[in-house]
Design a binder for this molecule. Structure first.
Ligand SMILES: Cc1ncc(COP(=O)(O)O)c(C=O)c1O
Length: 390
């Protein structure tokens, strides 16, 4: 076992007691911590869940704005109905992107959109081409439906290898169901530039669909980035997936959508499940127009991301420059035990992302949560930097 990765029992217990006190948690939390120490995992109780600093799932810690809450409350008027007025959600999305409603498909989160794309374009033994690490649920879904994934490594600077994606797609043309591109990429936070997207679309056959997952679109500052919506407007076989989970704080409400040429939406639509609730539709129709709230969330999130990364870098730890509401820090040792150590200290951080098993993904929470992250980080790495640069 890597001795560096093992917190001494005394420090572990001391840290645990301190954090339980800090969180004001009673015997339940102690039982939970014992279960964690012994390797058994049970679902945390509500009190335990609430007490965690939740920096593991790239959520928006602030939740929906007042206006969105009001709209969702209004949506309850139709809680008992089918075929109800839906707040104009499709029109609101279509207007926002300058497309027609025939170019929009709703999903219960963009996760459902990703699955619909898989179910539509990956017949048995068809392949999705993308990079690893990326948002792995696309690849897991492919294997679940007896299709396959060709996962290409990232470049040394963590960018997606566009020439390799082009080459692989062209060489496997007859087998490729679609190309998956998460932009910016989860878990690295690194963008694909608009020029790179153009070069990809210019170089692969026009009938290969490209799924552009823009879950973190709203957090990007880099001027070399651009949404792929203009390619949809130009009639390319591009599906843009967007979510209300991140910038709009609606992860638990479940709302996402696809924007794509009408022929692709028509193929995808039969695979939809119609699982979006009236509450989600009313909330989404307001959220997409609430640009003031989006700006507010972006500003505070980026401020906290930059502050936290600067603090880690001052301790000697390298971070990958990010364009999202999360970032990766290089630990120089296996991440899994570190994730457990954070958990015991009341902080949930990202899971391992093979093959980057010495990097930790940290989502940006509230200022208080980021302070708790730094306190825990210094407890787990008391000597500061003890590792070579990545
Ligand atoms: C890149 C990416 N795409 C899609 C999703 C799915 O999000 P949701 O289903 O909540 O819209 C996530 C969630 O974290 C994500 O990181």
């Amino acid at each position: 076992m890597d001795t560096n990765s093992t917190v001494s029992r005394r420090r572990f217990m001391g840290g645990l007691a301190a954090i339980l006190g800090y969180l004001g948690l009673g015997p339940d939390a102690e039982l939970w911590a014992q279960a964690t120490r012994s390797g058994r995992r049970r679902r945390p109780t509500e009190a335990e869940y609430d007490a965690f600093a939740k920096l593991s799932s790239n959520e928006n810690p602030y939740g929906p704005s007042e206006s969105v809450l009001e709209a969702m409350h209004y949506g309850f008027k139709y809680a008992n109905r089918y075929g109800y007025p839906d707040g104009g959600i499709l029109e609101a999305i279509a207007d926002h992107h300058g497309v027609k409603t025939e170019n929009v498909l709703l999903g219960a989160g963009s996760g459902e959109i990703l699955k619909i794309v898989g179910n539509t374009f990956l017949k048995i033994r068809k392949k999705v081409v993308g990079v690893e690490p990326s948002y792995g649920s696309v690849y897991r879904h492919a294997s679940g439906i007896k299709a396959d994934a060709i996962k290409l490594p990232l470049l040394a600077d963590y960018r997606q290898d566009i020439p390799a994606i082009i080459d692989t797609t062209n060489k496997n043309y007859r087998d490729v169901g679609f190309v998956y591109m998460c932009n910016p990429n989860n878990p690295t936070g690194v963008i694909v530039t608009k020029d790179e997207i153009a070069s990809l679309l210019d170089a692969i056959p026009v009938d290969v669909p490209v799924l552009m997952d823009e879950a973190y679109h709203h957090f990007v500052e880099d001027p070399r980035y651009e949404t792929a919506i203009p390619h949809v407007l130009a009639g390319r076989q591009v599906v843009v997936a967007r979510t209300f989970s991140k910038i709009s704080g609606l992860a638990g409400i479940r709302l996402g959508y696809a924007v794509a040429p009408a022929n692709l939406i028509a193929q995808m639509r039969p695979n939809g499940t119609g699982s979006v609730s009236a509450i989600a539709k009313w909330g989404g129709a307001t959220a997409i127009k609430d640009t003031a709230e989006q700006e507010k969330v972006k500003a505070i999130t980026l401020k906290l991301r930059k502050k936290t990364m600067a603090e880690l870098e001052a301790l000697g730890f390298d971070c990958i420059p990010s364009e999202t509401n999360f970032f990766m820090v290089y630990l120089g040792r296996q991440v899994q035990p570190v994730i457990e150590e954070f958990r015991v200290l009341g902080v949930r951080v990202g899971r391992p992302f093979p093959p980057m098993l010495e990097h930790l993904r940290v989502s940006i929470g509230t200022a208080d949560e980021m302070d708790r992250f730094m306190v825990a980080f210094k407890e787990i790495f008391p000597a500061g930097k003890s590792v070579p640069t990545c």
